[in-house]
Design a protein around this ligand. Sequence first.
Ligand SMILES: *[C@@H]1O[C@H](CO)[C@@H](O)[C@H](O)[C@H]1NC(C)=O
Ligand SMILES: *[C@@H]1O[C@H](CO)[C@@H](O)[C@H](O)[C@H]1NC(C)=O
Ligand SMILES: *[C@@H]1O[C@H](CO)[C@@H](O)[C@H](O)[C@H]1NC(C)=O
Ligand SMILES: *[C@@H]1O[C@H](CO)[C@@H](O)[C@H](O)[C@H]1NC(C)=O
Ligand SMILES: *[C@@H]1O[C@H](CO)[C@@H](O)[C@H](O)[C@H]1NC(C)=O
Ligand SMILES: *[C@@H]1O[C@H](CO)[C@@H](O)[C@H](O)[C@H]1NC(C)=O
Ligand SMILES: *[C@@H]1O[C@H](CO)[C@@H](O)[C@H](O)[C@H]1NC(C)=O
Ligand SMILES: *[C@@H]1O[C@H](CO)[C@@H](O)[C@H](O)[C@H]1NC(C)=O
Length: 336
Amino acid sequence: MSSGSHSPATRSLNKYGMAEQASPRRRRTCGQHFKKFWWAYLLAFIAVALVVVLPVIYVGFPKMAQDQVSAATAEIISVKITNPTPTSFHVVQDGFSDSDSSFHPFLDAFNVSTSIAGSAAYGMVTLPGLTSGAHVPVHVEQDVQILDLQAFADYNIKVLTSETFEQRLNGTTTLTLGALPATSVSYDKTVTMNGFNLFPGFNISCLKIDTTAPHGQPNINGTVFVPNPSSIAVEFGNVTYNTYIGDTMVGNTTIENFFLQPGNHSYWFTGYTNTLEVLGLVSKYPGGILPMTIKGNSSVANGQHLTYYEAALAHDIHNLELNLKEAAATKECVQP
Ligand SMILES: *[C@@H]1O[C@H](CO)[C@@H](O)[C@H](O)[C@H]1NC(C)=O
Ligand SMILES: *[C@@H]1O[C@H](CO)[C@@H](O)[C@H](O)[C@H]1NC(C)=O
Ligand SMILES: *[C@@H]1O[C@H](CO)[C@@H](O)[C@H](O)[C@H]1NC(C)=O
Ligand SMILES: *[C@@H]1O[C@H](CO)[C@@H](O)[C@H](O)[C@H]1NC(C)=O
Ligand SMILES: *[C@@H]1O[C@H](CO)[C@@H](O)[C@H](O)[C@H]1NC(C)=O
Ligand SMILES: *[C@@H]1O[C@H](CO)[C@@H](O)[C@H](O)[C@H]1NC(C)=O
Ligand SMILES: *[C@@H]1O[C@H](CO)[C@@H](O)[C@H](O)[C@H]1NC(C)=O
Ligand SMILES: *[C@@H]1O[C@H](CO)[C@@H](O)[C@H](O)[C@H]1NC(C)=O
């Protein structure tokens, strides 16, 4: 029995000896092999890990970073443009960056082109570095060189004449999140803003005519009501409007150091009017109510014409009524 049971085992050993005996031996060989080539396994493992991880870090992460920057929204709360020169201005701009992501990466400070969406850039501003999150304040305060005078003139025309306009800010910055490699992202935001909409309700709120003033001396003054429905303040310099009765130009009015503020405000003006010419026209308009048109003409700061504002002011045309009796009865206008 025992030999009978042994015999097949022996046969089996003879026949499959290699296989049956190999088990422990191969384990030993395998162990030796691994001991000898562990580094190759490690490298292989690392290689596989990297093939999986690297694309995540170097392809997936930058894409995620870009998606996050693209999904964030920008808001501009107020803009103040001051110190205009023929080639530059100063800007103070406040707004917010909004991201609802649970990641809060850091964006480096970067330069953005500023333009009306779809048009050439008129300038460039530096947005501060910020940690992305919900409602992060963004404050810009700097001098801006005008890159393209025509584009800036077009921008001012758009702001003056439109109820709303599309302000575009675009550039490229670097995003960092924890220990992940810094990645370049493009930033391109278009913000809808209120324009001046031709100052709805613009009117001469008080007018005093001095018929005794010597020729060539200022002989009118008063206040002009300029409602500004935007959150944009602009220092224009000395702004002159030409005044017409019908088609006849009869004089001009100047708002000195015109610093337009958001909201409803009145500004002081002084001017010249050819009273003889006006009186000559009176007979054409029974009732003493004359159709008066005032048309933006010049903007001068420190003796220099600001052509980009003059281009816009040429669109600032208001048809008003000049009530001569009322103007004659006005004792004095109060300076705001
Ligand atoms: C923005 O541009 C100006 C002028 O080209 C340059 O001096 C400045 O370093 C730039 N700033 C950033 C944050 O890139
Ligand atoms: C903004 O976009 C315009 C038009 O695509 C491009 O000409 C300009 O160089 C961009 N500005 C920046 C700072 O990338
Ligand atoms: C500003 O003036 C305009 C025109 O008179 C008027 O419609 C508007 O309600 C005023 N707005 C405020 C905030 O007083
Ligand atoms: C301008 O104000 C006068 C009164 O001062 C008023 O009679 C006139 O209707 C106003 N015009 C406009 C366009 O608001
Ligand atoms: C406005 O004009 C009147 C005369 O019409 C004059 O007495 C007054 O001084 C003027 N005010 C200013 C600030 O020029
Ligand atoms: C306004 O009119 C007066 C008198 O005609 C003239 O001397 C002056 O140059 C004009 N001002 C502007 C800015 O056009
Ligand atoms: C300003 O008015 C003067 C006199 O009418 C005119 O010659 C000049 O072209 C006007 N300038 C602008 C920018 O409208
Ligand atoms: C506006 O004109 C007045 C009087 O000529 C002058 O004193 C003032 O400096 C001018 N303002 C600007 C911004 O040039």
